[in-house]
Design a protein. Structure first.
Length: 129
């Protein structure tokens, strides 16, 4: 089992939540605390952008999909920008099958996704300006 890890940092004007390993119910109590920290930081910086970096993530389940959607709605209500980056091919396919992801799409109902954190920061800070 891949060990779950979490890091939250400001990077290029965006709040970046980077996840490593498996985001599964096995780590629910730790993940819940990390989610609450993301929400706390978002409440302090209205209009900020949030990037969920999944470059080192090997698995996530339905709990995490729900959290992604909740965070995207929360940041949208704060006039901020939201994106995912670094999804593996397998996790990207999962999100496409759930009809939540189209690469670099601005279409309503789809989450923005970029290959790298740098691409996401550039896109969100340029589009959001």
């Amino acid at each position: 089992m891949d060990q779950y890890q979490f890091e939250l940092a400001d990077d290029g004007g965006c709040l970046v939540a980077a996840f490593t390993g498996q985001i599964s119910t096995h780590f629910y109590s730790v993940f819940r605390d990390d989610y609450n920290e993301i929400c706390r930081r978002l409440s302090l910086a209205k209009g900020q952008c949030l990037i969920i970096d999944l470059t080192e993530t090997t698995f996530f389940g339905s709990l995490f999909v729900g959290i992604i959607l909740k965070l995207s709605v929360t940041i949208g209500h704060q006039n901020g920008e939201f994106a995912l980056c670094g999804l593996s091919d397998q996790l990207s396919e999962l999100m496409k099958k759930l009809m939540l992801l189209e690469k670099n799409s601005d279409s309503a109902g789809y989450l923005k996704h970029f290959s790298t954190r740098a691409e996401a920061i550039t896109a969100l800070t340029t589009d959001g300006a």
